[in-house]
Design a protein around this ligand. Structure first.
Ligand code: GRG
Length: 304
């Protein structure tokens, strides 16, 4: 994160981002079992696409949901960075000419610009694959049944019924008109699935009761909706220098987002409503969910 705020929540988010950075750098250091012997250029492209940037919101949510249930932070760490690897792979692939065709990401050239298209595809593939290895090898930290449950859910949320499926629907929407419900479904898959996983992961790590696990899942789904609405709003209202990526792309492509369909006032209202819903879902957890409540506000009202 570039602009430093001394707000306690943002400080906490920044500290978590720094932990993610250190753990990701270690996982991509070339000495770790999962990548030792990888070609240098491929490893450099993986690092370019994943290190030194981003809000690291998803790892933060994994950490905070784990904390809520008293899970060991050492157990949360591999899940957090695995999820970030998948997020980074999705950004690398989304930026490719065959998809969103972007030159700028996190204020830097996208991976296919800094390297080439084939290397960017492979770097994304390798980050996705690495993610599952990272969770699988956390054998000292995560109880085997919980580890399998995490791998299974991560596969679903990242795959055809989750993020990849949402991206497929998004690409299809370029040649057909989606109504508001179809847009919401596409976004729940494309963006919401990984965020919902992040929120649910802590409950799985701690072997929490089904009702508590469902509540965290619901919180993550609401957060995903708010995240995407805020993202679409920023695409309309912020500039590329602030975002570190191109702005105004949806309107330029005639792509219908919920803010474009319903207007900015409706969007701000809806964001308020979603924050209220997230707070209500977290109410049974009392003060220990304070950071997750603040995360909902941050996601909805962020400026980048
Ligand atoms: C290519 C399989 C595949 C999926 C792509 C993530 C995604 C699906 C597309 C990215 C396009 C996009 C702008 C989606 C909106 C939500 C989103 C994921 C924004 C980027 O996430 P942030 O804001 O990024 O958390 P940082 O850089 O902070 O990590």
């Amino acid at each position: 994160m570039d602009r430093l705020s001394d707000d306690p929540f943002e400080t906490r988010l920044r500290e978590a981002a720094s932990r993610t950075e250190t753990a990701l750098a270690a996982a991509l250091s070339g000495t770790s079992f999962l990548v030792a012997g990888a070609p240098d250029v491929l490893l450099s492209a993986m690092r370019h696409g994943s290190l030194d940037g981003g809000k690291r919101l998803r790892p933060f949510l994994v950490e905070e949901s784990a904390r809520l249930f008293g899970a060991d932070p050492a157990a949360a760490a591999p899940v957090a960075i695995a999820l970030e690897c998948i997020h980074c792979y999705s950004l690398i692939h989304d930026d490719l000419p065959a998809m969103d065709d972007d030159d700028l990401r996190r204020g830097r050239p996208t991976v296919h610009k800094a390297f080439d298209e084939a290397t960017a595809i492979l770097a994304g593939d390798a980050l996705l694959t690495l993610a599952f290895g990272l969770v699988a090898e956390a054998d000292g930290a995560i109880e085997p049944g919980n580890r399998l449950a995490l791998i299974r859910l991560l596969s679903r949320e990242a795959g055809a019924a989750g993020m990849v499926g949402g991206q497929a629907l998004d690409l299809a929407a370029e040649t057909m008109v989606l109504d508001a419900a179809e847009i919401a479904r596409m976004q729940a898959m494309k963006t919401g699935a990984l965020i919902a996983f992040a929120a649910e992961a802590g409950a799985i790590l701690a072997g929490a009761a089904p009702e508590a696990r469902r509540a965290l899942r619901r919180y993550g789904e609401i957060l995903g909706l708010a995240f995407q609405l805020a993202d679409d709003l920023l695409d309309e209202t912020a500039d590329a220098a602030t975002l570190g990526k191109a702005a105004g792309k949806d309107a330029a492509r005639g792509k219908k987002t919920l803010p474009a369909l319903n207007g900015i006032a409706w969007t701000r209202n809806e964001l308020d409503r979603l924050v209220g819903e997230a707070e209500a879902v977290l109410a049974p957890f009392g003060a220990s969910a304070a950071t997750l409540r603040e995360a909902a506000r941050f996601v909805a009202f962020r400026d980048r």
